[in-house]
Design a protein around this ligand. Sequence first.
Ligand SMILES: NC(=O)c1ccc[n+]([C@@H]2O[C@H](COP(=O)([O-])OP(=O)(O)OC[C@H]3O[C@@H](n4cnc5c(N)ncnc54)[C@H](OP(=O)(O)O)[C@@H]3O)[C@@H](O)[C@H]2O)c1
Length: 258
Amino acid sequence: MPPPLGEIYDGGLSIREGGVYANFVSSIDGIVALEGGAAASGGVISGRNETDRFVMGLLRAFADAVLVGAGTVRAEGGKALWTPDYIFPAAGEAFAALRRSLKRDTTPRLVIVTARGDLDPSQRALQVGALVLTTNAAAEQLRKALPEANEVRGVSDGDSIGVDQIFATLKAEGNETILTEGGPHLFGQLVAANRVDELFLTVSPKFVGQQGQSFGLIRGVDFGRTLKGGRLLSVRLADSYLFLRYQLDRSPSPSGGG
Ligand SMILES: NC(=O)c1ccc[n+]([C@@H]2O[C@H](COP(=O)([O-])OP(=O)(O)OC[C@H]3O[C@@H](n4cnc5c(N)ncnc54)[C@H](OP(=O)(O)O)[C@@H]3O)[C@@H](O)[C@H]2O)c1
Protein backbone atom coordinates (compact mmCIF):
# COMPACT_ATOMS: atom_id res chain seq x y z
CA MET A 1 0.00 0.00 0.00
CA PRO A 2 1.21 3.58 -0.59
CA PRO A 3 2.69 4.90 2.68
CA PRO A 4 -0.13 7.30 3.69
CA LEU A 5 -2.62 4.42 3.60
CA GLY A 6 -0.38 2.12 5.63
CA GLU A 7 0.11 4.87 8.19
CA ILE A 8 -3.61 5.50 8.66
CA TYR A 9 -4.41 1.77 8.64
CA ASP A 10 -1.48 1.21 10.99
CA GLY A 11 -0.08 -1.68 9.00
CA GLY A 12 -0.37 -3.40 5.66
CA LEU A 13 -3.47 -4.80 4.04
CA SER A 14 -3.71 -7.03 1.02
CA ILE A 15 -6.71 -8.50 -0.72
CA ARG A 16 -6.33 -11.67 -2.75
CA GLU A 17 -6.65 -11.12 -6.49
CA GLY A 18 -9.92 -12.69 -7.57
CA GLY A 19 -11.27 -12.64 -4.01
CA VAL A 20 -14.81 -11.77 -2.98
CA TYR A 21 -14.99 -9.75 0.22
CA ALA A 22 -17.71 -7.95 2.10
CA ASN A 23 -17.81 -4.86 4.28
CA PHE A 24 -20.49 -3.92 6.81
CA VAL A 25 -20.87 -1.92 9.98
CA SER A 26 -22.99 -3.34 12.76
CA SER A 27 -24.19 -2.08 16.14
CA ILE A 28 -23.23 -3.97 19.33
CA ASP A 29 -26.65 -5.62 19.19
CA GLY A 30 -26.03 -6.88 15.68
CA ILE A 31 -28.14 -4.40 13.70
CA VAL A 32 -27.06 -3.42 10.22
CA ALA A 33 -30.25 -2.03 8.67
CA LEU A 34 -32.75 0.42 10.17
CA GLU A 35 -36.43 1.11 9.47
CA GLY A 36 -37.07 -2.09 7.57
CA GLY A 37 -34.13 -1.36 5.30
CA ALA A 38 -35.55 1.94 4.07
CA ALA A 39 -33.06 4.14 5.93
CA ALA A 40 -29.50 4.85 4.88
CA SER A 41 -28.29 2.86 7.84
CA GLY A 42 -24.52 2.43 7.68
CA GLY A 43 -23.70 6.08 8.41
CA VAL A 44 -26.17 6.20 11.30
CA ILE A 45 -24.88 2.99 12.86
CA SER A 46 -21.23 3.99 12.50
CA GLY A 47 -21.96 7.55 13.62
CA ARG A 48 -20.06 8.50 10.44
CA ASN A 49 -16.91 7.37 12.18
CA GLU A 50 -13.85 8.56 10.27
CA THR A 51 -11.83 5.37 10.72
CA ASP A 52 -14.73 3.28 9.46
CA ARG A 53 -15.08 5.56 6.45
CA PHE A 54 -11.34 5.22 5.78
CA VAL A 55 -11.58 1.43 5.90
CA MET A 56 -14.57 1.52 3.54
CA GLY A 57 -12.56 3.64 1.12
CA LEU A 58 -9.52 1.40 1.41
CA LEU A 59 -11.56 -1.74 0.72
CA ARG A 60 -13.20 -0.07 -2.27
CA ALA A 61 -9.76 0.91 -3.55
CA PHE A 62 -8.76 -2.78 -3.92
CA ALA A 63 -11.86 -3.79 -5.89
CA ASP A 64 -12.52 -4.19 -9.59
CA ALA A 65 -16.22 -3.85 -8.79
CA VAL A 66 -18.45 -2.95 -5.85
CA LEU A 67 -21.54 -5.16 -5.84
CA VAL A 68 -24.73 -3.99 -4.12
CA GLY A 69 -28.40 -4.83 -4.08
CA ALA A 70 -30.96 -2.28 -5.19
CA GLY A 71 -32.27 -1.95 -1.61
CA THR A 72 -28.96 -0.49 -0.51
CA VAL A 73 -28.91 1.93 -3.43
CA ARG A 74 -32.51 3.03 -2.76
CA ALA A 75 -31.83 3.49 0.95
CA GLU A 76 -28.65 5.48 0.38
CA GLY A 77 -30.24 7.66 -2.31
CA GLY A 78 -29.20 11.16 -3.22
CA LYS A 79 -25.57 11.93 -3.73
CA ALA A 80 -23.94 8.69 -2.63
CA LEU A 81 -21.23 7.15 -4.77
CA TRP A 82 -19.62 3.78 -4.15
CA THR A 83 -16.08 5.04 -4.77
CA PRO A 84 -13.06 5.20 -2.45
CA ASP A 85 -12.69 8.98 -2.56
CA TYR A 86 -16.40 9.68 -2.06
CA ILE A 87 -16.40 7.97 1.31
CA PHE A 88 -13.00 9.25 2.47
CA PRO A 89 -11.90 12.20 0.31
CA ALA A 90 -8.80 12.99 2.38
CA ALA A 91 -7.10 9.84 1.07
CA GLY A 92 -8.40 10.18 -2.49
CA GLU A 93 -4.97 10.57 -4.06
CA ALA A 94 -3.48 7.68 -2.12
CA PHE A 95 -6.44 5.45 -3.06
CA ALA A 96 -5.87 6.41 -6.71
CA ALA A 97 -2.16 5.55 -6.38
CA LEU A 98 -3.07 2.17 -4.90
CA ARG A 99 -5.42 1.48 -7.81
CA ARG A 100 -2.73 2.42 -10.31
CA SER A 101 -0.26 0.06 -8.63
CA LEU A 102 -2.87 -2.71 -8.83
CA LYS A 103 -3.57 -1.82 -12.48
CA ARG A 104 -7.21 -1.15 -11.69
CA ASP A 105 -9.45 1.35 -13.50
CA THR A 106 -9.69 4.80 -11.92
CA THR A 107 -12.77 3.83 -9.93
CA PRO A 108 -14.33 0.46 -9.16
CA ARG A 109 -17.34 -0.43 -11.28
CA LEU A 110 -20.59 -0.13 -9.38
CA VAL A 111 -22.72 -3.20 -10.02
CA ILE A 112 -26.35 -3.11 -8.89
CA VAL A 113 -28.59 -6.16 -8.71
CA THR A 114 -32.33 -5.61 -9.06
CA ALA A 115 -35.19 -7.93 -9.97
CA ARG A 116 -37.93 -5.31 -10.25
CA GLY A 117 -35.79 -2.55 -11.73
CA ASP A 118 -36.96 -0.04 -9.17
CA LEU A 119 -34.16 2.55 -9.30
CA ASP A 120 -34.30 6.34 -9.20
CA PRO A 121 -32.58 7.68 -12.34
CA SER A 122 -31.85 11.01 -10.67
CA GLN A 123 -29.59 9.39 -8.08
CA ARG A 124 -26.02 10.57 -8.53
CA ALA A 125 -24.61 7.04 -8.76
CA LEU A 126 -26.93 6.38 -11.69
CA GLN A 127 -26.06 9.69 -13.33
CA VAL A 128 -22.40 8.63 -13.19
CA GLY A 129 -23.33 5.14 -14.43
CA ALA A 130 -23.38 1.57 -13.19
CA LEU A 131 -23.66 -1.93 -14.51
CA VAL A 132 -27.22 -2.93 -13.63
CA LEU A 133 -28.03 -6.64 -13.59
CA THR A 134 -31.72 -7.34 -13.75
CA THR A 135 -34.36 -9.76 -15.01
CA ASN A 136 -35.26 -9.92 -18.66
CA ALA A 137 -38.77 -8.80 -17.69
CA ALA A 138 -37.49 -5.54 -16.20
CA ALA A 139 -34.54 -4.84 -18.49
CA GLU A 140 -36.19 -3.00 -21.35
CA GLN A 141 -38.15 -0.59 -19.17
CA LEU A 142 -35.10 0.08 -17.01
CA ARG A 143 -32.92 0.74 -20.05
CA LYS A 144 -35.36 3.46 -21.09
CA ALA A 145 -35.59 4.92 -17.60
CA LEU A 146 -31.90 5.17 -16.72
CA PRO A 147 -29.31 7.59 -18.13
CA GLU A 148 -27.18 6.26 -20.97
CA ALA A 149 -24.16 6.09 -18.71
CA ASN A 150 -25.64 2.89 -17.29
CA GLU A 151 -25.37 -0.54 -18.80
CA VAL A 152 -28.51 -2.57 -18.13
CA ARG A 153 -28.25 -6.32 -18.58
CA GLY A 154 -31.18 -8.71 -18.47
CA VAL A 155 -29.54 -11.87 -17.15
CA SER A 156 -32.44 -13.94 -15.84
CA ASP A 157 -35.69 -15.31 -17.21
CA GLY A 158 -36.94 -15.82 -13.64
CA ASP A 159 -38.03 -13.33 -11.01
CA SER A 160 -34.57 -13.08 -9.43
CA ILE A 161 -30.97 -13.52 -10.51
CA GLY A 162 -28.99 -16.55 -9.42
CA VAL A 163 -25.71 -15.92 -7.62
CA ASP A 164 -23.81 -17.95 -10.22
CA GLN A 165 -25.25 -15.75 -12.95
CA ILE A 166 -24.18 -12.59 -11.09
CA PHE A 167 -20.58 -13.81 -10.84
CA ALA A 168 -20.51 -15.18 -14.39
CA THR A 169 -21.52 -11.75 -15.68
CA LEU A 170 -18.98 -9.98 -13.50
CA LYS A 171 -16.22 -12.28 -14.67
CA ALA A 172 -17.16 -11.91 -18.33
CA GLU A 173 -16.72 -8.16 -17.85
CA GLY A 174 -13.22 -8.64 -16.42
CA ASN A 175 -14.24 -8.02 -12.80
CA GLU A 176 -12.39 -10.55 -10.67
CA THR A 177 -11.80 -8.91 -7.30
CA ILE A 178 -15.21 -8.06 -5.92
CA LEU A 179 -16.22 -6.06 -2.87
CA THR A 180 -19.81 -6.43 -1.80
CA GLU A 181 -21.37 -3.85 0.50
CA GLY A 182 -24.56 -5.86 0.77
CA GLY A 183 -27.14 -5.23 1.81
CA PRO A 184 -28.28 -8.08 4.02
CA HIS A 185 -30.64 -9.65 1.44
CA LEU A 186 -27.93 -9.88 -1.20
CA PHE A 187 -25.22 -10.80 1.29
CA GLY A 188 -27.33 -13.68 2.64
CA GLN A 189 -27.57 -15.19 -0.83
CA LEU A 190 -23.85 -14.79 -1.43
CA VAL A 191 -22.97 -16.47 1.88
CA ALA A 192 -25.50 -19.25 1.30
CA ALA A 193 -23.88 -19.89 -2.09
CA ASN A 194 -20.41 -20.00 -0.47
CA ARG A 195 -19.26 -17.10 -2.62
CA VAL A 196 -17.76 -14.79 0.01
CA ASP A 197 -14.13 -15.29 1.02
CA GLU A 198 -13.85 -12.61 3.67
CA LEU A 199 -15.97 -10.31 5.78
CA PHE A 200 -14.69 -6.99 7.13
CA LEU A 201 -17.07 -6.12 9.93
CA THR A 202 -16.92 -2.91 11.93
CA VAL A 203 -18.65 -3.12 15.30
CA SER A 204 -19.81 0.34 16.32
CA PRO A 205 -20.06 0.93 20.09
CA LYS A 206 -23.80 1.62 19.98
CA PHE A 207 -27.09 -0.15 20.58
CA VAL A 208 -29.98 0.21 18.17
CA GLY A 209 -32.67 -1.91 19.85
CA GLN A 210 -35.54 -3.20 17.78
CA GLN A 211 -39.23 -3.98 17.64
CA GLY A 212 -39.21 -5.88 14.39
CA GLN A 213 -38.15 -3.25 11.85
CA SER A 214 -34.38 -3.41 12.07
CA PHE A 215 -32.31 -6.36 10.95
CA GLY A 216 -28.86 -7.87 10.99
CA LEU A 217 -26.17 -8.86 8.56
CA ILE A 218 -28.13 -11.59 6.83
CA ARG A 219 -31.78 -11.32 5.80
CA GLY A 220 -34.01 -13.68 3.85
CA VAL A 221 -31.84 -16.75 4.38
CA ASP A 222 -32.08 -19.05 7.38
CA PHE A 223 -29.28 -21.48 8.12
CA GLY A 224 -31.35 -23.13 10.83
CA ARG A 225 -29.13 -25.13 13.11
CA THR A 226 -26.65 -25.79 10.35
CA LEU A 227 -24.79 -22.63 11.16
CA LYS A 228 -22.25 -21.14 8.84
CA GLY A 229 -19.15 -19.45 10.09
CA GLY A 230 -15.56 -18.62 9.59
CA ARG A 231 -12.25 -17.84 11.17
CA LEU A 232 -11.25 -14.55 12.73
CA LEU A 233 -8.17 -13.28 10.89
CA SER A 234 -7.56 -9.96 12.61
CA VAL A 235 -8.91 -7.52 15.16
CA ARG A 236 -8.19 -3.82 15.15
CA LEU A 237 -9.39 -1.16 17.52
CA ALA A 238 -9.90 2.58 17.04
CA ASP A 239 -12.00 4.89 19.22
CA SER A 240 -13.95 1.97 20.74
CA TYR A 241 -14.78 0.68 17.25
CA LEU A 242 -13.77 -2.90 16.51
CA PHE A 243 -12.57 -3.74 13.02
CA LEU A 244 -12.93 -7.48 12.52
CA ARG A 245 -11.70 -9.46 9.54
CA TYR A 246 -13.11 -12.95 9.04
CA GLN A 247 -12.29 -15.63 6.54
CA LEU A 248 -15.60 -17.28 5.77
CA ASP A 249 -16.02 -20.99 5.49
CA ARG A 250 -16.87 -21.61 1.84
CA SER A 251 -17.45 -25.32 2.04
CA PRO A 252 -21.01 -26.56 2.61
CA SER A 253 -21.76 -26.65 6.34
CA PRO A 254 -21.73 -30.01 8.08
CA SER A 255 -25.23 -31.24 8.77
CA GLY A 256 -26.58 -31.03 12.26
CA GLY A 257 -25.06 -28.35 14.40
CA GLY A 258 -26.85 -29.15 17.63
N1 LIG B 1 -24.65 -1.29 7.97
C1 LIG B 1 -24.14 -1.58 6.78
O1 LIG B 1 -22.93 -1.78 6.65
C2 LIG B 1 -25.04 -1.69 5.59
C3 LIG B 1 -24.54 -2.09 4.35
C4 LIG B 1 -25.42 -2.21 3.27
C5 LIG B 1 -26.76 -1.92 3.44
N2 LIG B 1 -27.20 -1.52 4.65
C6 LIG B 1 -28.61 -1.22 4.86
O2 LIG B 1 -29.40 -2.33 4.49
C7 LIG B 1 -30.71 -1.87 4.13
C8 LIG B 1 -31.14 -2.50 2.84
O3 LIG B 1 -31.20 -3.88 3.07
P1 LIG B 1 -31.57 -4.92 1.93
O4 LIG B 1 -31.24 -6.26 2.47
O5 LIG B 1 -32.94 -4.65 1.44
O6 LIG B 1 -30.54 -4.50 0.79
P2 LIG B 1 -30.09 -5.19 -0.55
O7 LIG B 1 -29.73 -6.60 -0.37
O8 LIG B 1 -29.07 -4.25 -1.07
O9 LIG B 1 -31.35 -5.02 -1.48
C9 LIG B 1 -32.34 -6.00 -1.67
C10 LIG B 1 -32.84 -5.80 -3.08
O10 LIG B 1 -31.77 -6.10 -3.99
C11 LIG B 1 -32.27 -6.78 -5.12
N3 LIG B 1 -31.79 -8.14 -5.09
C12 LIG B 1 -31.16 -8.79 -4.08
N4 LIG B 1 -30.86 -10.04 -4.45
C13 LIG B 1 -31.29 -10.17 -5.73
C14 LIG B 1 -31.25 -11.23 -6.67
N5 LIG B 1 -30.70 -12.42 -6.39
N6 LIG B 1 -31.80 -11.02 -7.87
C15 LIG B 1 -32.35 -9.84 -8.20
N7 LIG B 1 -32.41 -8.80 -7.35
C16 LIG B 1 -31.89 -8.97 -6.13
C17 LIG B 1 -33.78 -6.70 -5.01
O11 LIG B 1 -34.12 -5.46 -5.60
P3 LIG B 1 -35.54 -5.09 -6.24
O12 LIG B 1 -36.45 -4.95 -5.09
O13 LIG B 1 -35.25 -3.79 -6.95
O14 LIG B 1 -35.90 -6.19 -7.16
C18 LIG B 1 -33.99 -6.69 -3.50
O15 LIG B 1 -35.23 -6.14 -3.12
C19 LIG B 1 -30.62 -0.35 4.07
O16 LIG B 1 -31.12 0.17 5.25
C20 LIG B 1 -29.13 -0.11 3.99
O17 LIG B 1 -28.75 1.16 4.47
C21 LIG B 1 -26.38 -1.41 5.73
